[in-house]
Design a protein around this ligand. Structure first.
Ligand SMILES: [Zn+2]
Length: 294
């Protein structure tokens, strides 16, 4: 059976744009107003807290008991039954969610996921990528909503209501940029504003995407006076787009394919590993202790 389909523009909705594009600013001094809209669940946050308290990972039974308790409390607060809770109901909008990975960037290879083994952030077994491309970078990504704004970078609520000039992006951050975002959130939290909009200004050449990151206000989409329908739409978009976040953290290349990509030097490194000089440099085992004593 063929899986080729005939269609016209009237039924072209079968063609879906894949993934979510990466946020980039295109001219020096450009100011965008955005909000981070992927969130952890209350369950994630509370279970992590309990594990810290306990000093070790929770058992499945402990997790199940805690989740049931959280569901029942949450449902009670929302006037629902636990089984009626939606994915959106479980989101803790005070806890932005990020994905993290070790990555490399190389000419001819592009952005790839580091293949080495880590325990937490400690490298325990280096693979070819680290040997050849140097230490991996810590890369973070999340989902961003970009607002429609007027010339003073104030949110245009009418346009937002119509979802016009309202963009969803994956925001990929170096560890340095992530620290800036974290700093902005810490300031906002200290100021009793846990859910915020950010103002991002491109500082210099667009090639480098150096950005000034500041808190703009409490998050427009989450404010009490914002249409609940917009709020729901934003949270759903955050959940949907988060599925693409992982893909932005470097291409997961197989070891063999990477060795091939890295070409000549990789092949000679492999040859070197198998060469007699290498084995000769290993400590040689003695046949017998007796020989050593005679
Ligand atoms: Zn690596």
């Amino acid at each position: 059976m063929s899986n080729i389909m005939d269609f016209g523009f009237d039924d072209s909705k079968v063609i879906k744009a894949a993934g979510v594009e990466r946020f980039k600013q295109d001219r020096a001094g450009k100011i965008d107003r955005v909000s981070l809209i992927a969130f952890k669940t209350y369950h994630d946050v509370l279970l992590a807290g309990k594990a810290r308290e306990k000093g070790s990972a929770l058992t499945d039974v402990e997790k199940a008991e805690l989740c049931a308790k959280i569901d029942s409390k949450l449902a009670g607060n929302l006037g629902k039954k636990p089984e009626e809770l939606t994915e959106v109901d479980k989101l803790d909008i005070k806890s932005p969610r990020f994905s993290f990975a070790f990555t490399h960037w190389g000419d001819g290879v592009g952005g790839i996921r580091c293949l080495s083994t880590y325990e937490g952030t400690t490298l325990v077994k280096a693979e070819l990528c680290c040997d050849r491309m140097g230490d991996a970078d810590q890369t973070v990504a999340t989902v961003m909503l970009q607002y429609p704004v007027d010339k003073n970078t104030q949110v245009d609520m009418d346009l937002l209501r119509e979802r016009k000039y309202t963009e969803l992006w994956i925001w990929k951050l170096s560890s340095k940029k992530f620290k800036k975002v974290e700093g902005a959130y810490i300031d906002a939290r200290n100021d009793n504003r846990p859910v915020v909009d950010l103002k991002i200004t491109l500082d210099g050449d667009p090639r480098y995407q150096k950005q000034v990151i500041e808190v703009a206000s409490s998050a427009t989409w989450a404010r009490e006076d914002t249409d609940p329908e917009i709020r729901l739409w934003v949270l759903k978009q955050g959940l949907r787009a988060y599925k693409y976040v992982k893909d932005s953290l470097g291409f997961e290349m197989k070891k063999e394919a990477l060795a091939e990509k890295l070409g000549g030097q990789a092949a000679s490194a492999a040859a070197l590993a198998a060469s007699p000089e290498t084995s000769a440099s290993k400590p040689a085992l003695q046949q017998s202790y007796d020989d050593l004593l005679s």
